[in-house]
Write a protein that binds this ligand. Structure first.
Ligand code: HEM
Ligand SMILES: *[C@@H]1O[C@H](CO)[C@@H](O)[C@H](O)[C@H]1NC(C)=O
Ligand SMILES: *[C@@H]1O[C@H](CO)[C@@H](O)[C@H](O)[C@H]1NC(C)=O
Ligand SMILES: *[C@@H]1O[C@H](CO)[C@@H](O)[C@H](O)[C@H]1NC(C)=O
Ligand SMILES: *[C@@H]1O[C@H](CO)[C@@H](O)[C@H](O)[C@H]1NC(C)=O
Length: 393
């Protein structure tokens, strides 16, 4: 992969030099020159697509090791019916990100919630306003309904519908947009193959049972991840997503005062960190306990940066793991990675270098997560609006 990148850089420099030389030619050749440059640009694009594909398919150091793991997905599935699909996602995502640069974290979590429940089938988007007022959709099963990014995916999907009505699935839109958002936020690039289709239903009960909870112990967490085919190392790696984004104090308040009914704070929190967290979370404790529904904006949030020992702004690095080594994990589920010998060993591995190992593994884990239980071929459907299934006749 590194080698390929180097080759790509070399090629880009080469193309750059050529275009400089071309631009020095005589005015009479301007038309000719423009055509040539366009041709070069096309070549460059083709080449970068080729590189993506190569890096995706190569077994050594590559991200996908076998056709098996593709589950029927294809490279550039929309090449015929909507060749501009991926560039529409990329440019719309970039526009959204430029106005709201924490959107990447919302999407990353949204993808996790979608893919963990019956696969990456966009079931997480389905709304209960479609006749089902029983609050029995996945969206309602998320701890305190704090998923973000649904509206943004709707925006991207709308652009796709304008260009190619009824072609690109919501599930692919989410997978592609999340990948692009991760890259925009400084995370590693990973290849996304396409051809996912959308579910016709939502799975409330599964979401209640199978989405890991912030206070789950390590046994339960490993169990839930292993049901999705993730081993211990991959589980430790995926939780590294918590090196970015924010966490509401609601999810950690019990750790600070009365942990699982013991009347004591959680003993696995470092004492200094305990004080920092109490300070950071005290503002909202009164509003939350009098039963008023606090709006998202007024809820105290802890940014992953608080637990960080590195300068803020650093992202997708390994400070998450370095903090776990010091008892400075935000959620109980985070700190529990130190409670098991094997997972603690992987924490130490990820904490030990400049973040390269974490990022490399994270690319692989994200590919694997993005391909979980996908619907392809004639399964499922392609929704026009991500919140509503198309009525089957
Ligand atoms: C044991 C498994 C996990 C549990 C219990 C868990 C729980 C949580 C909770 C409670 C929050 C705070 C939400 C809020 O306050 O709004 C959160 C945030 C987040 N989670 Fe997880 N999570 C888990 C695994 C993952 C995985 C596998 C990923 C992605 C690969 C992920 C990505 C994120 C991100 C990016 C945020 C920040 C969201 C934002 O800033 O809006 N989490 N998680
Ligand atoms: C609502 O959901 C609950 C639990 O899933 C179920 O027992 C109940 O029958 C449902 N009610 C309606 C009107 O669908
Ligand atoms: C971990 O959690 C599970 C499920 O909540 C529970 O059954 C188990 O006893 C817990 N294990 C430990 C060691 O606390
Ligand atoms: C979710 O919100 C409810 C009430 O709004 C609160 O009592 C509860 O502690 C919250 N749960 C978590 C895990 O934050
Ligand atoms: C801690 O929580 C338990 C169970 O929720 C409760 O019975 C107990 O009174 C609480 N202790 C304190 C000191 O608040």
């Amino acid at each position: 992969m590194a080698k390929l990148m180097k080759r790509k850089t070399k090629t880009l420099i080469f193309i750059f030099i050529i275009s400089v030389i071309l631009s020095l030619k005589f005015p009479s050749e301007i038309e000719d020159e423009r055509a040539k440059r366009e041709k070069l640009e096309k070549e460059e694009m083709k080449f970068s697509v080729f590189l993506q594909r190569e890096s995706a398919m190569s077994t050594q150091g590559g991200v996908i090791s076998s056709a098996d793991e593709l589950h029927g997905l294809e490279y550039d599935f929309y090449r015929q019916n909507c060749p501009q699909a991926e560039s529409i996602v990329r440019s719309t995502m970039a526009k959204i990100y430029s106005q709201q640069n924490d959107i990447s974290f919302g999407l990353l979590r949204l993808l996790f919630h979608d893919c963990f429940i019956k696969g990456c089938d966009a079931s997480v988007f389905l709304d209960d306003s479609n006749g089902n007022k029983n609050h029995s959709v996945e969206r309602q099963a998320t701890p305190n309904k704090t998923l973000r990014g649904i509206n943004e995916i709707d925006m991207i999907k709308e652009e796709l519908e304008n260009a190619c009505p009824g072609v690109v699935s919501c599930a692919d839109t989410l997978a592609l947009a999340t990948r692009d958002a991760v890259v925009l936020a400084g995370g590693p690039f990973y290849p996304i193959f396409t051809g996912r289709r959308d579910s016709t239903q939502s799975y409330f009960d599964e979401a209640m049972d199978e989405i890991p909870k912030p206070n789950d112990n390590i046994t339960q967490t490993l169990f839930l991840f292993s049901r999705r085919g993730f081993d211990e190392r991959e589980t430790v790696n995926l939780l590294g997503a918590h090196n970015v984004g924010k966490i509401s104090c609601d999810f950690i308040r019990d750790r600070l005062t009365n942990f699982s009914g013991t009347g004591q704070p959680d003993a696995s929190v470092d004492p200094n960190f305990l004080n920092e967290l109490r300070l950071a979370c005290q503002d909202s404790s009164s509003t939350d306990h009098d039963g008023t529904v606090a709006s998202m904006a007024s809820r105290a949030m802890i940014f992953q940066g608080l637990s960080s020992s590195v300068p803020s702004g650093a992202r997708f690095d390994n400070h998450y793991y370095q903090n776990l080594l010091k008892g400075r994990g935000l959620l109980f589920v985070d700190q529990q990675l130190m409670a098991d010998e094997n997972t603690a060993r992987f924490v130490a591995v990820y904490a030990s270098d400049d973040g390269t190992t974490f990022r490399r593994d994270f690319s692989r884990s994200m590919v694997k997560m993005s391909n979980l239980g996908v619907l392809t071929g004639t399964l499922g459907q392609v929704r026009n609006k991500c919140s509503f299934p198309i009525r089957q006749s």
